[in-house]
Each structure stands twice: as structure tokens, then as C-alpha cells.
Design a protein around this ligand. Structure first.
Ligand code: GDG
Length: 731
């Protein structure tokens, strides 16, 4: 049976004077996950524990509860949990920049706590296990695990929203956070909106382009998916059928006889919109002739009392409830019944059942399970109505609720009125579709879909092989035949990109690599889209052939005259292309045009990445319709659009030299679209390497320029060693 190591900040049980079930959305959801096909083993923090109890509890938790504890001391909990997780990440994830309190020491604690989780998992995990990491407390964990065990199958699910890149970019450690999550094979969100924000943050903050459902980071591909969490529907059905439920229902009905109940249930958190809701309730009470018949029951579970903003919120809510009750109470009624504590599950279900209206109006909420639980507890004899904020993830699914903007108190007040006066037919009509959905797509379905997709994402992961894993075979094939050539692209392959193309002259590290290459018995070609003059100025002292302008001109090693590879090329297309590029340069701030001998390039590396990509696609479509049958090739490279002569490309140039010099082994390396013409050549002597991420037809991949340098140096050593051995054997 497949083992799933389920990793969350809190274990499903909390250790105190005795070991008890923990509360919260995630615990409730995972309780409903059946164990027929997989075995869940939980890893997490069990709550504060005295030093002397640690070993005893470790044994007890594993033996009696199948839980593996990660013990954290008070200082770490303060920094990692109350500090970084709840005082800087939670507010930003919920669009609340003003509440973000970031401290460097909290980040340090967060890093250490994530590392402790990683150590625990690495000790426990087998090759076949699935690792499922939950939520924002553990953003760094996927990458920490991936770094140590690249083959582990790791999933990450975010229970909160993922906000717009404009918001998450406020976090001082935004890049580390996104990079951490990207260590996972599968990253799950509740809604498409959150997935979209995550993709655009990866692009804006890390420059990572992505498809709708995956992001490539070096050699690793992270799939993205939408998995709206459901409730533990089985436990609600069971509870509703029990006699305990009947009794509780009776008790509550007697207690609130003749009243209409409007119910809200949540942790007392600013994201849940309690203050705005109180304003809407006041607006309703002000206007309604029936106010004495209505009771607003608020179950507000205490949470995060250690964080200042929560203490202040609680005080404000209590003040407001007191004020509104003072204003609108009568002999018959006190409008708001405020319960500031957690209530037993039996009471919760009875409250859901008896309520006429479920009033769920968070300002922002990942999903909101309360909305779904309320529906699960409705029946046809007295169907309640759900009023739901458009900013809860649940609003994407529960489309038959009365959907409201929680910031508009009049709209919410009207919705309360509408819900309380709705006829039975309409209530039933709205309920049926939503209840069916809630019961069917429950927590079990959610977990199964995520785990199934995690298993599949692993199977589907197709990667070009990593040359570093296979180096000896490659080196042998290069050195076997005798005549060897290297065709090496410059920008993005031998040299990292710079903001301005002129600034990318060779670094000391690159010079060291080039000097090493100059010592081996192989022909070296530097093949680039750059102008010949630049290549000559930077690399002219090496005994290499320089091929400029994507293969249009070349300067042989030791020669002084540049020569053309194809002297009959037609360049009349350049002028109209430059005209259209100018229009795009003007309308895309940060972009620029570079004119070369046989091509024209529009660079948008310094433009806004999303807008730049969008304009590039528009430009491509303009170009395709404009250029018709002209002998022009259009490349969409890394943040460039390039129009170049059709008779001139890197593949053609390589073909020319391989044929002319009759090489036995040829290595081509490059990083972008323009290099694919080399990789596609149907020549068995050729081995190709893609440097960096992105789709490719190359045989191998290395993650970046630095790795490529290391690889070249190792190849140089290997070739020299094999050649020396050969000489010795021959001698
Ligand atoms: C996070 C995301 C996402 C509440 N009061 C009592 C009680 N509860 C239970 C509810 C429900 C759970 O707590 C709350 O879940 P929510 O989903 O509403 O909200 P968060 O705790 O903020 O959860 C959220 C969720 O993760 C799952 O992904 O939906 O958006 O913020 O199950 O029933 N249970 C009992 N007594 C209470 O007084 N017994």
C-alpha cells in the first residue's frame, strides 16, 4: 500500500496533560481521507512539550497515533510560527500589507524549523513514499528535500490564497519563498486565481516563464494544479443521523423558539471579515421591522492570541458587539449572541442545522470549509440559505449561494433580508445542486485527486538526460574518432546575461575555461548572434573560429578577414522589419532594437515580463502576416524576437563546417531558440547540450552557465587523460 508522509505544521493530535485531537480546517479535512489505497502517516509539531517528556512522547505518538513529532522549542515556535508564519506570511497571503511584521530573526527561525522538518523526513522517507507538504509554514521544505534527495516525490498544497505578485513581492524573502515551493513535483491550490498569481509571481520575481500547468526550474519541473478542498462529509452524515444530534437540535429549538437564526462560525481572524459583518448587521437592524425575531449567532474561536493584531481585533469586536446589542436589544431579544470559544462538534452540527441563514463573509479566504459544512447540515424540511463572500475560494464552486461583496454593508444587509424572506421552492432549488456537490467532492476526493496526480506527475516527468550523470560515455564518444569540434554559443551558454548586452564581456572564470579549451586537440567554434566586431574584440586572441550573426559571417582561427558563408543573401526585408520593431519599441517601455548584419533583434529583457511577453506574441503574429514569402526566419528567443535571413542560421553554419572538415565527434551547446537549429541537425556525430531551462530537442541539459563551465573543464581533463592514455598504449 502506498505510504504518504503527510507533513503539516501541526500534528492531528495535540499534546497537553493528555493527547487530544487538534482542531482546524486541515485536520477536519484529512480525517475524512479513507485509507484503502494509501496509508497516511503524519509528521508535524505536537505543541509545546517539556524537555523530559520528549522521548516518552515520541514513542507514544508513533505507537498509538502513527504520528512522527517534530519537537520545536519555545524560542523557535515564537520566531517560526507566531513570528514569520503568522505575523508576516499570513497577512500578506491575505492581502493585508499593513499587518505584516517581518524580523530577520524570525526568518532565521523559520529556516531552522523548515530544516528540522526536512531532517525528520529525510531520516524516515523511502524511495517509494510520497511526501505531501501542507501550507505556508513550510514553504521552504520542498526545495530542502529536493536538494538532498532529488528523486523523492514531493507534493505541496497551499490552504490559503496565493495573492497577486504585487502583494507577495512586499515580503523581504519573496524569492526564497517561491523557490522553496518550486522544489515540489506538484503544487496544488484551491482555485485557478491563486494558481495564476503564483505563476505570475514566479515570472515577475524569479524570471521563470511557465505553461498553464507547469514551471521548469533548471532540471526540475513543478506541475501546478487546482484541487478545491472538501469537507469530511462522512462525519457530518453520521452525526446528523445520530440520536445525540436529535437531542441537541431539540434543545436548541426550545432555546431559540420563534427566532430566525443567522449563523457565522470562524476563527477570530481579521481575514474573516467580522468587523465589516457587524457593520452590515447594524445596517440590517436599523432598517428591519423584524429585528426582534432574528438572532445573529457568532461562534468565534480564539486563535493566535500571541499576535498583537489578534488581541486588538478581539477587543474591537467585543466593543462593537456590546454597542450594537446596547442599541438594538429589546425586552424580547438581544440581536447578537457572541460565543468566543470553540464549541463541541455536536453543538456545531446542531447549530448548522437549526440556522436559517449561514452568513459567511470573509474579506479573503483560501476556501472556507464552514460554508460547505453548513450546506451539508441542511435538509429538505427546513433548507437554510447560504450568504457567501465572493472573496472566499468556496464562491467559485457554491455558485447558487447569495454571493456578496463583504465590503458593501448595504449589499450584505439586503442579502440577509433576501435570505430570511426567501420561499421554500427557491431555497430548495439553490440547496440541491450545492449540497450534492459538497457531499460528492469531499475531503476524501480532494486527497485522492492530489495524490493520484502526484503519482502521475512523477511518471510523466520527461527530461532531457543530464550530461553530468552520463559523462563518461559522452566523453568517450567525443574522443574516440579523433577529429573533434565544439560549437559553443556565447550569451546564456558561456556567459551569464547582463541587463545590457554590451556589458557581457568575458569574466575571469570564462577566460579560464577558454584557456583550458585552447589546450585540447579539438576545433573550437564560438557561434553567436552577436556582431562579428564584438566577438573579435572579446575573443579574438583565442585560437578559435568565430561565427557571428547566427552563422552569416565567420573569422577562421588565426585569420584577419571575416568571410561570408552565403554571399547571395537577400536583405531587402530588413527595412520594413525595423519599421515595425520601432513601433513595438515605442509602445513597450524598457525594450530596444539591435540591428545586425543579417538580422534585427527586438530585446524586451528589461521590460515588464508579462507585458513584454504579450507584446512579443503580438509582434510575432504581425511579423508572420507581414513577411509572407520573404526569405526571413523569425525566432522567439529568451526575451528577444529576432528576424534573420532564412539562409543564415546556426544549424546551417554547423552543417557547413562539419561537412567541410569531416569531424568525427561534434558537441553543440546553446541556451535558446536560435540554438535549436543546431540541435535539430540529423547528424549522428553530433551531441547537443541545452544550458538552462525550457523546451529543447537537445540530448542533454545542464542547469546553467556555471555548471556548463564546470562541465567543459571536466571534459577538457577527460579528453586530455584519454588522449594521453592512448599515446601510452600506442607507444
Ligand atoms: C484554512 C484556510 C481553508 C470552527 N469553529 C469550530 C470548529 N471549526 C472548524 C470548522 C471548519 C474549520 O474549523 C475551519 O475551517 P475554514 O476552512 O473555515 O478556515 P481556516 O481554519 O482558516 O482554514 C481556509 C482551510 O484551511 C482548508 O484548506 O478552507 O480558507 O484559511 O472545519 O468546522 N469546529 C468545532 N468547534 C468550533 O467551535 N468543533
Amino acid at each position: 500500500m502506498q505510504r504518504v508522509l503527510n507533513v503539516a505544521n501541526r500534528l492531528p493530535v495535540t499534546v497537553g496533560s493528555s493527547i487530544k485531537k487538534s482542531s482546524g480546517g486541515l485536520v477536519a479535512a484529512l480525517e475524512g481521507v479513507s485509507n484503502n489505497n494509501f496509508r497516511l502517516q503524519s509528521i508535524g509539531w505536537p505543541g509545546p512539550v517539556a524537555e523530559q517528556d520528549i522521548e516518552r512522547l515520541r514513542v507514544e505518538l508513533e505507537r498509538d497515533y502513527h504520528c512522527i513529532p517534530v519537537f520545536l522549542d519555545d524560542e523557535l515556535v515564537n520566531g517560526y510560527y507566531h513570528g514569520l508564519s503568522n505575523s508576516s506570511l499570513w497577512p500578506l497571503l491575505h492581502y493585508n500589507r499593513a499587518y505584516m511584521n517581518y524580523r530577520d530573526q524570525d526568518w532565521e527561525a523559520y529556516r531552522r524549523a523548515n530544516q528540522l522538518f526536512a531532517d525528520t523526513i529525510l531520516e524516515l522517507a523511502d524511495e517509494d513514499d510520497l511526501i505531501w507538504v501542507h501550507d505556508y509554514h513550510l514553504f521552504l521544505l520542498p526545495a530542502l528535500l529536493r536538494a538532498e534527495r532529488p528523486k523523492l516525490k514531493i507534493g505541496f498544497f497551499l490552504h490559503t490564497p496565493f495573492p497577486s505578485s504585487e502583494v507577495i513581492r512586499c515580503h523581504p524573502k519573496r524569492a526564497e519563498i517561491i523557490r522553496g515551493v518550486l522544489g515540489a513535483d506538484l503544487i496544488g491550490f484551491h482555485t485557478f486565481g491563486y494558481l495564476r498569481h503564483f505563476r505570475s509571481s514566479a515570472l515577475q520575481l524569479l524570471g521563470l516563464e511557465s505553461d498553464m500547468t507547469e514551471i521548469q526550474v533548471g532540471n526540475h519541473r513543478a506541475s501546478l494544479g487546482i484541487f478545491p478542498i472538501g469537507i469530511n462529509s462522512g462525519s457530518f452524515s453520521k452525526q446528523l443521523a445520530s440520536s445525540a444530534h436529535e437531542q441537541k437540535l431539540d434543545e436548541f429549538q426550545r432555546n431559540w423558539h420563534g427566532k430566525r437564526i443567522v449563523l457565522s462560525v470562524e476563527r477570530l481572524d481579521y481575514s474573516k471579515g467580522l468587523l465589516r459583518r457587524l457593520e452590515a448587521i447594524e445596517t440590517y437592524l436599523e432598517r428591519s421591522p423584524h429585528r426582534d425575531e432574528v438572532v445573529f449567532v457568532f461562534v468565534s474561536v480564539p486563535t493566535r492570541g500571541e499576535v498583537k493584531e489578534y488581541q486588538l481585533l478581539r477587543e474591537r469586536i467585543e466593543r462593537e458587539v456590546g454597542r450594537i446589542n446596547g442599541l438594538y436589544a429589546s425586552v424580547q431579544n438581544s440581536p447578537i449572541h457572541f460565543i468566543h470559544q470553540s464549541i463541541p462538534f455536536t453543538d456545531l452540527c446542531a447549530l448548522y442545522s437549526i440556522a436559517d441563514v449561514g452568513l459567511v463573509t470573509p474579506l479573503v479566504d483560501g476556501m472556507n470549509l464552514v460554508a460547505k459544512e453548513f450546506l451539508a447540515c441542511q435538509d429538505d424540511s427546513a433548507p437554510g440559505v447560504l450568504v457567501l463572500s465572493e472573496f472566499a475560494g468556496a464562491a467559485q464552486e457554491l455558485v447558487n449561494a447569495i454571493i456578496v461583496n463583504p465590503y458593501n454593508k448595504v449589499e450584505v444587509a439586503n442579502a440577509i433580508d433576501q435570505a430570511l424572506s426567501m420561499g421554500i421552492e427557491e431555497r430548495l432549488g439553490r440547496l440541491h445542486y450545492m449540497k450534492e456537490r459538497v457531499m460528492k467532492y469531499d475531503a476524501d476526493f480532494w486527497a485522492r485527486s492530489f495524490i493520484d496526480e502526484l503519482l502521475q506527475s512523477e511518471q510523466l516527468r520527461k527530461q532531457p538526460r543530464d550530461l553530468l550523470d552520463d559523462e563518461s560515455a559522452f566523453t568517450r564518444s567525443l574522443s574516440n574518432g579523433g577529429k573533434v569540434a565544439f560549437f559553443l554559443d556565447y550569451d546564456g551558454t558561456l556567459r551569464e546575461f547582463e541587463g545590457k548586452p554590451d556589458a557581457a564581456s568575458p569574466t575571469d572564470e570564462l577566460h579560464a575555461v577558454l584557456q583550458a579549451l585552447a589546450t585540447i586537440p579539438a576545433d573550437i567554434y564560438i557561434i553567436s548572434g552577436r556582431a562579428g566586431e564584438t566577438l573579435q574584440q572579446w575573443l579574438g586572441d583565442y585560437p578559435f573560429t568565430l561565427i557571428a550573426e547566427h552563422g552569416n559571417r565567420y573569422l577562421s582561427a588565426g585569420a584577419t578577414q571575416w568571410r561570408r558563408l552565403n554571399s547571395e543573401t537577400d536583405f531587402s526585408w530588413k527595412e520594413p522589419v525595423i519599421e515595425i520593431f520601432k513601433l513595438y519599441e515605442g509602445s513597450t517601455p524598457g525594450s530596444s532594437i539591435e540591428e545586425k548584419y543579417s538580422s534585427v533583434v527586438w530585446h524586451y529583457r528589461l521590460a515588464d515580463p508579462v507585458y513584454g511577453s504579450w507584446k512579443a506574441n503580438q509582434l510575432l503574429s504581425d511579423m508572420y502576416s507581414m513577411l509572407g514569402n520573404l526569405p526571413v526566419e523569425i525566432h522567439h528567443g529568451k526575451r528577444i524576437v529576432e528576424a534573420s535571413s532564412m539562409n543564415v542560421n546556426k544549424g546551417r553554419a554547423v552543417e557547413h563546417f562539419v561537412h567541410a572538415c569531416n569531424y568525427d565527434a561534434v558537441l553543440c551547446a546553446g541556451d535558446d531558440q536560435t540554438d535549436e537549429s543546431m540541435f535539430r541537425l540529423p547528424d549522428k556525430r553530433l551531441l547537443s547540450i541545452k544550458v538552462g531551462e525550457g523546451e529543447t530537442e537537445a540530448d542533454y541539459r545542464v542547469p546553467g552557465v556555471e555548471h556548463f563551465h564546470q562541465l567543459l573543464l571536466r571534459l577538457v581533463n577527460r579528453i586530455q587523460a584519454i588522449r594521453n592514455d592512448g599515446k601510452e598504449v600506442g607507444a
